[in-house]
Design a protein around this ligand. Structure first.
Ligand code: FE2
Ligand code: FE2
Length: 141
């Protein structure tokens, strides 16, 4: 998911919005399955949600770190620092996903795992907002 879309603010914003709204929908669906006690379906949905974070969000992060950040920062020291911080956000998302990978087989989609899934949504939303503000000069709200 590299290419010119990352460099265009509008297209990049659309990638962020699409990935986030899909994650929110799938997380809410998973929570309902758990509440209804549908454990087999919940387990499947949790695996799919985990796969969604890897393919839609972590792969986007990987693509950004494979040249896009470097290109946007150039020789500007403020932007170079911004890119270090944004990369750390990616690392935190990766660590939470790794924790979910470890916990899911043990407990299935239990409340502890839901807490991790919701933390991904919050951190990713803040990260995307900051990324757009810092790299595209967007001062939203
Ligand atoms: Fe990012
Ligand atoms: Fe991004």
């Amino acid at each position: 998911m590299g290419g010119p879309a990352l460099r265009q603010h509008h297209a990049h914003h659309a990638i962020h919005e699409g990935a986030l709204s899909g994650a929110i929908d799938k997380t809410e669906e998973l929570e309902i399955l758990i509440q209804e006690g549908k454990s087999a379906e919940a387990r499947l949905a949790a695996d799919q949600l985990l796969g969604y974070w890897v393919t839609r969000v972590l792969s986007h992060a990987d693509a950004e770190e494979e040249g896009f950040y470097e290109e946007m920062a150039g020789e500007n020291p403020d932007l170079r620092l911004a890119v270090v911080k944004l990369t750390r956000d990616h690392d935190i998302l990766r660590m939470i996903v790794a924790d979910i990978v470890n916990e899911l087989p043990k407990d299935g989609p239990a409340p502890d795992v839901m807490r991790l899934f919701y933390s991904l949504i919050t951190i990713n939303a803040i990260h995307s907002r900051e990324e757009e503000r810092l790299l595209f000069g967007e001062h939203s709200e």
